[in-house]
Structure formats: structure tokens, C-alpha cells
Write a protein that binds this ligand. Sequence first.
Ligand code: NAP
Length: 630
Amino acid sequence: MELRPGLSALVTGGASGIGKALVLALASKGIFITIIDLSDKGNQVASLAGNEISKLHSELGFPPAMFIKTDVTNTNELSAAFKKHFETYGGLDICINNAGIGNPVPFDKDDSKSWRLTVSINLIAVIDCTRLAIQTMQLAKKPGVIINVGSASGLYPMYADPIYSASKGGVVMFTRSLTLYKRQRIRINVLCPEFVQTDLAAKLDPKIIDLMGGFLPMEMVVKGAFELISDETKAGSCLWISKRRGLEYWPTPAEEAKYRVRPLTQRRKSSLMFPFSIQIPPSFEKIVVNTLNHNFRSATSVVRAPLRFPLKPDHVLLKVIYAGVNASDVNFSSGRYFSGDKNEIESRLPFDAGFEGVGIIVAVGDSVTNLKPGTPAAIMTFGSYAEFTMVSSKHILPVDRPDPEVVAMLTSGLTASIALEKAAQMESEKVVLVTAAAGGTGQFAVQLAKLAGNKVVATCGGKEKAKLLKDLGVDRVIDYKEENIKTVLKAEFPKGVDIVYESVGGEMFNLCLNALANYGRLLVIGMISQYQGEHGWKPRNYTGLCEKILSKSQTVTGFFLVQYAHLWHQHLDKLVHLHSSGKLKVAVDPKPFLGINSVADAVDYLHSGKSVGKVVVCIDPSFGQQLAKL
Ligand code: NAP
């Protein structure tokens, strides 16, 4: 979520300390604010915030910031405050549940009232405010972000105040358990700063503060909160902020891997282990690039290589059953995926080709404990145009079945899913234009844009492709063999389109740029029309690009899947879930490509412009048939 004028936020405990700093930081972005606090200092903060917010807005018929004196332990007062916020600002985009206290008396001197009050403010009120924020966001039918302010003492013990530590630990686990609200586009995260110089910390022993390396600057806390708000991938995330280590997500991925289990949807089906015994031959065939050339066929050849044992301890041997064909195979064979000058790239020759595949694990190295032979798996590592491939177990993406549809969800599906979320920051109720929409990745882009509640316009060349796109729910299909894209866009979308998922390049890029609305985002996914010119790829000049995007506050943004490997697992889970629940269709081109020798034909076919959906090669046709019967 982009922090921009016109959003609204509610901050509890906003009259002082971290809450006040967050209120003022949000106000500087022009965000309308409600401050909830028991202290009357909230009035002053609201007036400071109001002055800031007003600088970014002309005449408003409502207060830019409000203070609502509220006891957060009183559910009725809280409900009334959320209601007032909704009525005043027409929604709730950001809610920061920050109110908290330290336990005022030592635990063993407590008469029970004191610790109960601490737990009520620090934990129970946070739960209550989270509930009210979710309900308000659901009512507004818009995406929202909730940040619960925990503490570093919710991650590890704080010996001086066990009740504080217990309550903040509760906030951390409560928040992390709410990840699934992201499906309703409500992201709930927890912020865990170490000691910041506030009234609360003033009561602490200065020796402890020194031990921790001193107070944390308030700017780091604001930076952390803004990161959780802006980064759309953060849902259920816990951000630890310390003077010593800066901003760090907790637990680290390595820690999380120890207890993370695969989603139920996957586990249920993947208990289906492949039942046939698989002979491991002494050698296998694969495709290697011998000379750098954008003509895949002349750049590559099929070679036989020995299968060497023992496997490296952390590697697995995968029998590839289906491999995916990608427009960029021709860029790979021309050496574009490697950096360096021509000599450096040539020194890598010969290298293995192919970006992705699915198959069955047939052997595992000594230190691999989480995977076994017989398990279906996907890979997105170079060298998957091969009958067998050895890969590090950390690159294995476990899947339910090694089917062609799963291959389509890898490079093609993940590109659409991650690019639309991260680079396009896709919201709803926008007009989204997808080019080459009936291709491998385009088919996913149109469906994901529809699922997010957008109007989708799609271009393609041919009747069969147009039919597929209509079946996928596209609102306006433009078959450029029948209609002029520019004329249609001008007549039917005079205000322009908000997001373009563009993968054709050349003249199509120009056309899309000219069709972009004010504030529009043009996503450069690729430029297939430029990949195979007579002398290879020629970079284009786009005269006047800066002038165009400047005058309309537009963005042209690049996206390359390789840079988003940290999100593959999560987005593949999402696509598999959407597919298995019937919300996402996967089109695989029906033309059969059988065996490793058919790969070059399949690459040519993709570039002929005739393919519909994802082009897939069945590397082992006899296995493919057995699998289809299962
Ligand atoms: P694809 O869309 O299945 O490619 C086939 C389609 O592209 C054809 O049906 C045709 O569509 C169009 N096309 C083919 N040759 C063309 C040419 N010479 N001029 C104009 N259009 C042509 O292929 P894909 O693998 O899914 O890739 C699509 C695009 O996404 C490519 O640009 C690719 O590089 C890019 N991509 C990028 C990433 C990334 O990380 N950035 C990842 C995956 C893919 P119509 O004629 O129907 O329009």
C-alpha cells in the first residue's frame, strides 16, 4: 500500500511516545488520522497532525485529524471510536494498535489488579482493536493494513517485567496467526522494537539500556512501520528492530523452515507417491548450448551425459517428466542471462538449457532428510531440458502431481502473480490491459487481474486465442487480426488504462504507453517481438518516454522473475490453491511435443505466434501416459 494523501489511519496510544511519532509521520504523508488515547495530550497531537495533513489537501468538509478520548480496555468505547472513524473518513486503511504500559509494580508484590490491567491494555485491547479494525476494513471493502505494536520483549524474555514480556509475546503470536486475512486483502503485522526513548522506557534501569547498545532512534521504528504498510508481501510478518541489527524479520527463514509444514491442500494430495519403480540409467540426454545464438535450434544440441554417483550430500536426482518452454529460451541460448563481455560468456559454453520442469525425485543425497524418492517435485533451475537433473534440495518445490498444468504455474504463473502484486501493486476496480494475453504468462495475468476485481482488456492474434480469453473471463478481448487495438482503446477506454502487463515490446510498447491513464503503471514483462530479429536482439529507442510519463505521473517498471526467488514458494502455493479450488484455469497448448529431441520444435512453435496457452514438452512420453492414468 502506497502511503499517500487521502488514506485514513487510526492509532491507539497516539498521544505520546511511539504512537505520537507514528501519527506525525503518517500526517506528513497527508493521511487522515484518529488518535485514541486516555490522555488529553491527544488533543495537542491531533492539532499538530491536522496542520500537517491540511498542507496536502485543499478545503475539507471534515477534520483532518481527530482525538477520541478512549479507554482501550472498554470495548464499547472502542467500538464507538472505530465507528466514528469510519463515518468520518469513509473507511479505514491503516490501524496501528500501539497503546501499551509496563507493569507498574514488581510481580511478587502485585495484588493481581496490576498485572491484569497490563494484560488488558497490552494484549486484550490489541486483540479487540484488531477485531474491530478487520470488521471496519471488511465493511469498507478496501485493502487494509493493521500493525500491532509488540516489543522485542515479546520475542525473548524481559526479566525485569515478566508480565510485559508475556503480554507482548501474546501480541506476537496472535498477530502471526492472522496471516490468512491476506486473502481478504487485510494484512496484519507486528512490530517489535527494542527500547525507544519514551516515557515508558524512562522507568527502566539505564544499565539495561546501555547493555542493549542504547536507545533505538524513533526514525527506525517509523521506517519499520512504513515498510510493513508499503510492502504488499508482508502479512503475518513480525519485524524486530534493534540498534544492533537494524530491521530483521523474525523468525528468520532458516528458523521457520524447522517447523513450517506444507499447506493441507498440498499434503493431502502429495501423499500420492509415484508407484512405479524407476530405473536409474547410467547416462541420460540433455540439451546444451554450444554456440551463443538467438536461434535456439542452431545454438543447441542434444548430448548424452553420465549420471555420476554418489550424489552431493544436499542434492537430489530428479527425473524430469514435463519441461516448460519459454519465450526467453532464445535469450538464454544467446547468452543474455549471464553478465560479462562476449568472451566471458563464451567461456561458459557449453551450458545446460531449460528453465523449469516437473518430475519425480528418484534419489537423495545423504544429508537430505525432508525429501524421499517417489516424491513429485518442480524445479526452476537452469538445465531442465534434460531427462534427469541433479539439484540442491533447497531448490526443490514440492508439488501435488508432476502435471503439465503445474509446469505452466512455474515461470509463467509466478511471473504474473508476483509482477502484478509487487511491481504493478495491483489493487481493484482498475482497468488492466494484458498483451500476448493468451500465451504462457498472459493467461495468468488476465485471471489474477479479474480475481482482484479489475476490468480486464486483453490483446491476442487469432480466433482460438480470443475464445480462450473469453472463457477466462476477460471483459474486452481485442483480436488484433480482426480489430485495430489503438482504435478500440481510444473509443472504449478514453481515460486510458491503469495497469499494463506488457510482454510484446516494440510498437506494442508504444501503443500501450500512449493508452496509459494518469498515474498508470506500465509493467515491462518482456519484448518477445524483439528477441529474434535477423541479427538478434536490437535495443529500441523510445523517444519522448520521459516527457510522456512525467506529464501524466506514470510509471514504467521492469520485472524479472529471477530477482524474486524468495517469493516463489509462497506464490506457487497461492496459484496451486486457486487452481485446486477451481478459481484459476490453466491452459496448456494441445500440440504434443514428445521427447528431448522435440524441444527445438517447441521453442520454434512458441515463437510462431500460433501457440495457445503454455507450451510444454513431455520429456518422457511413456511416463507421461502412466501418470495421466493415475
Ligand atoms: P507466450 O506468451 O506463450 O508467447 C507466445 C505469444 O507471444 C504468441 O502467442 C503471440 O501472441 C506472441 N508473440 C510471439 N512471437 C511474437 C512476435 N514475434 N511478435 C509479437 N508477438 C509475438 O510466451 P511466454 O513464455 O509466456 O512469454 C511471454 C512474454 O513474457 C515474453 O516477452 C517473455 O520474455 C516474458 N516473460 C518475462 C518474464 C520475466 O521474468 N520478466 C518471465 C516469463 C515470461 P499474440 O500474437 O496472440 O499476441
